[in-house]
Structure formats: structure tokens, C-alpha cells
Design a binder for this molecule. Structure first.
Ligand SMILES: Nc1ncnc2c1ncn2[C@@H]1O[C@H](COS(=O)(=O)NC(=O)[C@@H](N)CS)[C@@H](O)[C@H]1O
Ligand SMILES: [Mg+2]
Length: 467
């Protein structure tokens, strides 16, 4: 793992052309071409999963104050974070408009218009948009931004509570598949009452342990119950002609997903990208001498075509610079497989394949099996990155039944699991005493004592240093 992770993370975003934070607004940055491709491939994975049973839509970015303010708990939770538009040209607006911090209050007035009877249910829609939160805590590119540029928000409405609970489980399964494809290990927990989404009945969260031992919330799923249905009058006529309130859920991920791919898999040479999201899955590096230059380049072009024919994303680095610089550049940018080809390799009809996830060099024959052999290496690379993430996480979750041990375990870069009775006051006491946040509960248990009271333990819970 890298030394000073925060410094490494900040530097790599610039060096690997991911984002540029020199944009003149704090907490907002530019997606540069290479980073934009990583973002595109990452979000395509969740889009394909959502498109199986959700409709993609697009709502306006501006939300009238009257709508935003309707849901008391919700607006309370966001009142310090909302950006307001108050003028149109030279004129004061007669009602100020919020830049959406999230879109419940934009979407649900429309759900109220669209949902009339039970045949209109369930509604399952999502959008991938930018949202705005005037974060007052320390902003960090991709991790805590003021313009959340890659905010996937899904919003569902159902006839029954059971269906909404099922939907939460569906989202959990979907996020598992998404994060598995990104090779990320994750902790799933139910947020404590005091840390759930404003207006939700309960919040399920996915957290990753970043290399510095801090956890990052990379996805959340909220069961909203009927709170927003009451506020926005979202009712339906059921089979017996009765008018009932819908049950709702919503689920979100953001730029933090990209932050995790970069942070979890990176090493001191730069990015190590999972093949599924890497802009280039294979980089061909020709070794050019005056003699045989044309033949080598011709062969490289042929190999590129052969691999692209199998759906692989390939770039041929034929820049007129020395090969060592090329190897460093693509090592920094994390291309999963590099293929080196020089005049001697051409004579021997082979190429030297190098994996980025580990120092492995193997000779591959330049024959019809080349693409399949490269795909095998890419699959091994994906598996290896994922295994490394899960090993890292397993090594950094420690159990203790002694509250005085928590601080030192967290300071050593771990998430700590402990027994908790679930009492809110005792939970807050544990946070006060240790100085860290309870991430949430993981499972119900029926043995042992609570770590901070004489009560019987109800749950295994997690506590960590969070972003
Ligand atoms: N300032 C921020 N910068 C980057 N990502 C953020 C920021 N605030 C929240 N997120 C990410 O966005 C996800 C969804 O945000 S949220 O408030 O938890 N949930 C919602 O807004 C719900 N409407 C679900 S769509 C969070 O899990 C977190 O991963
Ligand atoms: Mg927040």
C-alpha cells in the first residue's frame, strides 16, 4: 500500500489525468479525458444493471423552495447544504430555486401526478445527474465535493411495505454486483437511527475501507416508508377502490465509486485499473529501431485489430519517445495488460505480455489464440485485484469486547466490530468515548453483553474513522 494515501490520492488525480481541481470553485473539478473514460465505463456497469428493471429519466436541476421545504425532516437535513438561485438575469425571482442536493422533492410531485391506481405500480426510475451540496466539512476531489457530478439516484414506489423491503434487498444485490465488477471489497450495515437519510425509515449503506483505514460511504439505499407519500400526496386506488399511500425507496451512488476504484487498487507506481473500467484494456508498446521499424509497427497494428475484433479496448503507443517513458506512462495510468513487441519478438513470432496488477511477464505466441490468451490474463487480473481488496478488508476489521481498545485499533487503520445493545443513548456514548462513528449494525445476535452497558447485546456493530 502507498505511504501517505491522501497525498498520493490527490497527486494521482492530476498525474493520471483523471480530474483537474484547479477549476475556480472550491469543491468543483473538471473531468479530464482519461478520467472521464473511467467514469463512463464504471457508470455503464450500474446503468446496465438498473436498465433491467428501471426506467432512465431526467428531471430538472432546479427545485422550487415550496417543494423542497415540504418534507420537514428532509429539508432540515439539507438546509445547510442547499445552493439557491435567487435571480433570473437582472430580476429577483419571486421564489428562490434550489439546485437539487438530491431529487426526492423534484421527482415526487410528479410521482403524485403519474400514480393513480395499483396498475401504475411499481414505479422504478433512475437518473445519473449532477447534484449540489454546500459541504462545509473539508472538501476532497471525488470524495467530498460540492458538485456531485456522477450522482446515480434511483427512486421506486410500491403498493406494499413488503415490496419496498424487497426492493431494498434488490438494490443491495445490485450494488454487490456493481462493486464486485469494480473489484471493491465492501462492508454492508444498517445506519444507526441518528445517521440515516433525512426522511428515511432506515438506511442500508456500503462502506469501503480506504488504504488509510478511513471508511468511505460509497452507496446507500433508503427505505422511505410512507413519509414522502404523505408529504407529496402520492396515493393509488387499490383493487378494492381504496385510496392508499405508496411505500418508497431510493438508492444512490456518486463520484466516490471512482474514488474507491482509484484508491483501493492503486499502488506507488500509480493506478491499477480493473479491466472492466479501464479506458484501455491492452496497451501495445512497440520497441522501434531504425532497422525493422515498419515491420514492427505493421505487426502491432495487426495485433490491435485482432484484439479489437474480440471487443477489447486497445491502444497502440507509437509516440516517437523512448520505450521506458511509455512503460512508465501506462504503468501510472494503470492499463491492465501491456504487450511489448520488438524486432526480435517479431522474428520469434511472440510478444511479451505484462500484467499491471502484479509483476508478471509472459511470452504469448502471435497466433490465433492471442486474443483468448490476453482475455485470460485480463480475467486473472480482475480476480487478483478483487482478492487483494477482500484480503485487505478482512485484515482490517477487528473484533473487541473492550471499549478501551477501540481507539487504538481504529488509529491502527482498522474498522472495529463490537457487540451493542442498540440503545441510542449508549450508542452516542460509545461515539463520544471513542471519538469515532458507529457505521451501523450488521447482524442480530443473541449472546454476549453490550460493550458499553450491562444490557444483553442485540447486534454486532461496526465503528470506524470515516471520511
Ligand atoms: N459531498 C459528496 N461528495 C461525493 N459523494 C457524496 C457526497 N454526499 C453524498 N455522497 C454520496 O452520495 C450517496 C447518496 O447520497 S445520500 O444522501 O446518502 N442519499 C441520497 O441522496 C438518496 N436520495 C439516495 S439517491 C452517498 O451514499 C454518498 O456515497
Ligand atoms: Mg452529506
Amino acid at each position: 500500500m502507498v505511504e501517505n494515501f491522501d497525498e498520493w490520492f490527490h497527486d494521482i488525480l492530476e498525474q493520471a489525468d483523471i480530474t483537474d481541481s484547479r477549476y475556480p470553485i472550491k469543491g468543483m473539478a473538471v473531468w479530464r479525458p482519461y478520467g472521464f473514460q473511467i467514469r463512463k465505463h464504471s457508470m455503464n456497469i450500474i446503468k446496465n444493471l438498473l436498465d433491467k428493471d428501471h426506467d432512465e429519466v431526467l428531471f430538472p436541476m432546479l427545485v422550487p423552495e415550496t417543494e423542497l421545504a415540504k418534507e420537514g425532516i428532509h429539508v432540515k437535513g439539507f438546509e445547510d447544504e442547499v445552493y439557491w438561485v435567487t435571480k433570473g438575469g437582472q430580476r429577483e425571482l419571486n421564489e428562490q430555486l434550489a439546485l437539487r442536493p438530491t431529487s426526492e422533492t423534484a421527482i415526487y410531485p410528479m410521482y403524485s401526478l403519474w400514480i393513480r391506481t395499483h396498475i401504475d405500480l411499481p414505479i422504478k426510475m433512475y437518473q445519473i445527474v449532477n447534484t449540489f451540496r454546500y459541504e462545509t466539512k473539508h472538501t476532497r476531489p471525488l470524495i467530498r465535493v460540492r458538485e456531485i457530478t456522477t450522482f446515480k439516484e434511483a427512486h421506486t414506489a410500491h403498493a406494499t411495505k413488503e415490496e419496498s423491503d424487497e426492493q431494498v434487498q434488490d438494490f443491495i444485490a445490485m450494488y454487490k454486483e456493481f462493486f464486485d465488477d469494480l473489484g471493491l471489497a465492501y462492508l454492508i450495515s444498517k445506519r444507526p437511527e441518528w445517521d440515516k437519510f433525512p426522511g428515511a425509515d432506515y438506511t442500508m449503506a456500503f462502506d469501503v475501507i480506504m488504504p488509510n483505514g478511513k471508511t468511505l460511504q460509497i452507496g446507500t439505499i433508503h427505505n422511505l416508508g410512507q413519509t414522502f407519500a404523505k408529504t407529496f400526496d402520492i396515493t393509488f386506488e387499490d383493487k378494492d377502490g381504496e385510496h392508499k399511500l405508496v411505500y418508497q425507496t431510493c438508492a444512490g451512488v456518486s463520484d466516490r465509486v471512482i474514488a474507491s476504484v482509484i484508491g483501493m487498487h492503486g499502488d506507488d507506481k500509480g493506478l491499477r485499473l480493473p479491466p472492466k473500467v479501464s479506458p484501455n484494456q491492452v496497451t501495445i508498446i512497440p520497441i522501434l529501431f531504425k532497422k525493422g521499424k515498419e515491420e514492427v509497427l505493421a505487426k502491432c497494428a495487426e495485433i490491435k485489430e485482432q484484439l479489437e475484433a474480440k471487443g477489447l479496448r486497445v491502444n497502440l503507443d507509437d509516440r516517437d519517445i523512448r520505450p521506458g517513458k511509455k512503460f512508465n506512462d501506462w504503468e501510472l495510468k494503470g492499463t491492465p495488460i501491456k504487450l511489448e513487441l520488438g524486432p526480435r519478438d517479431l522474428e520469434n513470432n511472440i510478444t511479451i505480455a505484462m500484467r499491471r496488477d502484479e509483476e508478471e511477464k509472459i511470452e504469448l505466441a502471435l497466433d490465433d489464440d492471442l486474443a483468448d490468451n490476453v482475455i485470460k490474463l485480463l480475467n486473472k487480473s480482475s480476480e487478483n485485484l478483487s482478492n487483494q481488496s477482500w484480503t485487505f478488508q478482512d485484515e482490517h476489521v477487528k473484533f473487541t469486547d473492550n471499549i478501551d481498545e477501540i481507539a487504538q485499533l481504529v488509529e491502527a487503520g482498522n474498522v472495529v466490530s463490537f457487540r451493542w445493545c442498540g440503545d441510542e443513548a449508549i450508542g452516542k456514548e460509545i461515539e463520544e468515548k471513542t471519538g469515532y462513528d458507529i457505521l451501523g449494525i450488521q447482524e442480530e445476535i443473541s449472546e454476549g453483553k453490550c460493550i458499553a452497558s450491562d444490557n444483553d447485546a442485540q447486534y454486532m456493530a461496526l465503528i470506524a474513522k470515516t471520511y
